[in-house]
Design a protein. Sequence first.
Length: 269
Amino acid sequence: MELSVRGNRMFAYTGGRPFDRALPCVVFVHGAQHDHSVWILQSRYLAHHGHGVLALDLPAHGRSSGAPLASIEAIADWVVAVLDAAGVGEAALVGHSMGSLVALDCAARHPARVRRIALLGAAFPMRVSDELLAATRDDEPRAQAMVNVWSHSAYAHYPSNPGPGFWVHGEDLRLMQRQRPGVMYVDFKACNDYAAGADRAAQVACPALFILGRRDLMTPLRAGRALAASIKGARVVELPCGHNAMAEEPDRVLDALAEFLREPARPAT
């Protein structure tokens, strides 16, 4: 599905079904140097089970045009602009890594537009080491190799990967390689610079789910737990995986999301 958002082309994967704005909407927001394809299993299932799905390509990622947005706040405001363009009043937001900060910020600053949030690989602050940040600017192949190793709990998943012919490391590296030059630095700098997470977490009033990897080296489990503890009523699901939970534990991620989305809304207080 393509929409015009602020004069640029925006692509969203709709899960193999035409987008129906009358259904409960779920918006998926990918992380740094990724695109909509990280959500293929989860978005496709939900689209075939009663949801209108928009798995976004952020500006300058995947099939979306425009320049990469330089701050978490700017991306959150852009997500609201996507909802406007799609004719959606409110949505559940599901975000991974950088996308988790976007979902958090959006829920706090645009509460009328966000029904609930699910945050994967989340932490605040989301600091990036000086060495990695410099590599994203000066040596993208090296930065991609570093991130790919740190994002997974093992190089080869025994006895198999999540599906036949599916190689977690190779798929993730190729996905990063196909993004546009310069995007990686903008994304990682936006994560590193984001300073409002504690304030935003205190403002979140909608239901919140955290899906965290016990072996996550990019956003360690303890940091994700600390962020979850700052949101009233937030629930935490821990999985035996690294940062790239959608690829390492796709079925468990889907199960957690499906259960969360089925829960009744919190009563107004």
